[in-house]
Design a protein around this ligand. Structure first.
Ligand code: XMP
Length: 513
């Protein structure tokens, strides 16, 4: 059994952050719903269990509570915030509504330096709080190991039972030494080694893939994005020529995109690559389509059609590989007030496996995005692929407001190329979430030489984001904006004006359609 920590999710917006921190300790972990049965937990034989925070009160009628027996499993437990209050509630202490909500920075004073959670840490730490309820009486057998200005029970322990609780959030960046506390729990208290590394993962994933697919054929839709590219490289390592990648050129790609994909995968990696140029078909179907949702539907539907046809040519494949990531498969706990529960589903083409009666292979489904990037590097993919900015499935079509045609695609592609080139030249491209051009269906008057012009407008969209769910516009240096604007107006035929999009998400979205 591999070493692992289980996080029981009680609806905290930070649950995935806890998982990130544990994996940064090179320890594997999984997130499970708070209601997971004791039988399931026991079967997984975790080295430790972390109880996440959550927006509820432990004494509220519909509070999410763990199954009985959790605290008698004999497995080390760390409760964070709501998790600490659960320990209080379940083990005979008392939790009550605080007189005021404690929110923000606090100062933690460690009272018992022998506590293994605080091993090698200073006696005073900055911590971050976010809670309304408070533990007011400690359960039997527990003792306080650290206090804050507002709480006598900021950190508690039952050392013999290896049960620990923290009122603050060690997982967030505002608790600067929080990582060390988590490391002390997973290594020191749970006894986990540092076994979760990408090299180790590659070996293990290859074995799993081979065991799953045997000598059957696998197909994969390669888009050139990070996830499908890394999945392709991993599968190729595991099963070589049993894998065929299908790369559909929908005519909505960025400049040079098809060359990069064919070069990297076809020529360098020698992956079996079926390239389908379906530009004409996509443009025909998109003719006159203006409504954004309709555009997405037309593109999604056409993609399935083209992909299916290409797959038939490959012959009997039993499996379809997809680059699904861990955040896509975690079931968010549907608790009122949990922002994670409201995250919209991704707009990618679903339904393929069902339609094609294929079984799924998803070799990235226990990884976070940054782990996928590390894996890509481990597998020898170039930085250009591994660290590229996200690009939507419907491609440039959702960045051309109004109807899509060859002429407008050329204008946008040329303008976009300049944006990407300048961002890379000036070391900005890899620092931000996305930087691209949008073609507006607005023409305005300008003057070039002695001539009056009446041409299109390009908007620059440059955003910073953690996960695409919220975003802020990037304050690029004026000189760089000026360079992009000058180059676009001078070099791209059909454009005489460039604007900067300074809207955040929400309420705007990142893409314009
Ligand atoms: P929005 O426009 O919703 O975009 O703020 C959030 C993030 O998702 C990307 N995006 C897509 N990605 N298929 C994708 O794979 C899509 O259809 C799609 N639409 C938007 C967008 O680029 C941004 O990073």
């Amino acid at each position: 059994m591999r070493e692992q920590i289980i996080i029981l999710d009680f609806g905290s917006q930070y649950t995935q952050v806890i998982a990130r921190r544990i994996r940064e300790c090179s320890v594997y972990c999984v997130i499970l719903p708070f209601s997971t049965s004791m039988d399931e937990l026991k079967a997984l034989q975790p080295n430790g269990i972390i109880l996440s925070g959550g927006p509820s009160s432990v004494y509220a009628p519909k509070a999410p509570l763990p199954q009985t027996g959790l605290f008698e499993l004999g497995i080390p437990i760390l409760g964070l915030c709501y998790g600490l209050q659960l320990i209080g509630q379940f083990m005979g202490g008392k939790v009550e509504a605080g007189t005021k909500r404690e929110y923000g920075k606090g100062s933690l004073n460690i009272k018992d330096e022998s506590c293994p959670l605080f091993r090698n840490l200073p006696a005073t730490l900055q911590v971050w709080n976010s809670h309304g309820d408070k533990m007011t009486a400690m359960p039997k057998g527990f003792k306080t190991v650290a206090v804050t200005e507002n709480s006598n029970f900021a950190a508690i322990e039952h050392r013999a039972k290896k049960i620990y609780g923290l009122q603050f959030h060690p997982e967030v960046a505002h608790t600067p030494l929080g990582r060390e506390i988590i490391a002390n729990f997973v290594h020191g208290i749970c006894g986990c080694g540092k076994n979760w590394t990408m090299r180790h993962y590659v070996e293990q994933a290859c074995e799993e893939i081979r065991a799953q697919v045997g000598d059957e054929k696998v197909i994969l839709g390669l888009s050139g994005g990070v996830d499908s590219s890394v999945a392709a490289a991993l599968l190729h390592k595991a099963i070589g020529d049993q894998l065929t990648c299908i790369f559909v050129n929908n005519g909505l790609l960025r400049a040079k995109e098809e060359d990069v994909v064919r070069q990297v995968f076809g020529r360098n990696f020698k992956i079996k690559l079926q390239y389908v140029d379906a530009t004409a078909l996509f443009l025909k179907k998109l003719k006159g389509v203006v409504d954004p949702e309709r555009k997405r539907k037309v593109i999604g539907g056409t993609f399935i059609e083209v992909f299916q046809k290409a797959a038939q040519k490959i012959g009997k494949a039993k499996y379809l590989a997809q680059g699904t990531l861990y955040p896509d498969v975690i079931e968010s706990v549907p608790i009122a007030g949990n922002p994670a529960a409201m995250i919209k589903s991704h707009h990618n083409v679903g339904g393929l496996p069902k339609k094609m009666k294929l079984k799924l292979v998803e070799p990235l489904k226990c990884l976070f995005k940054d782990e996928v990037r590390q894996l890509g590097i481990e597998l020898g993919l170039p930085k250009e692929i591994v660290h590229r900015q996200p690009f939507p499935g419907p491609g440039l079509a959702v960045r051309i407001l109004g109807a899509v045609d060859k002429g407008r695609l050329k204008i946008l592609r040329d303008a976009d190329w300049i944006v990407v080139e300048e961002m890379k030249l000036n070391d900005w491209y890899y620092k931000i979430w996305q930087s691209f051009a949008v073609l507006l269906p607005v023409r305005s008057v300008g003057v070039m030489g002695d001539e009056r012009t009446y041409e299109y407008t390009i908007a620059l969209r440059l955003v910073e984001s953690q996960d695409g769910m919220t975003a802020d516009w990037v304050k690029l240096p004026y000189e760089l904006l000026e360079k992009m604007s000058n180059r676009i107006i001078n070099e791209v035929k059909g454009v005489n004006r460039v604007c900067l999009d300074i809207s955040s998400k929400p309420p705007a979205t990142i893409e314009w359609e």
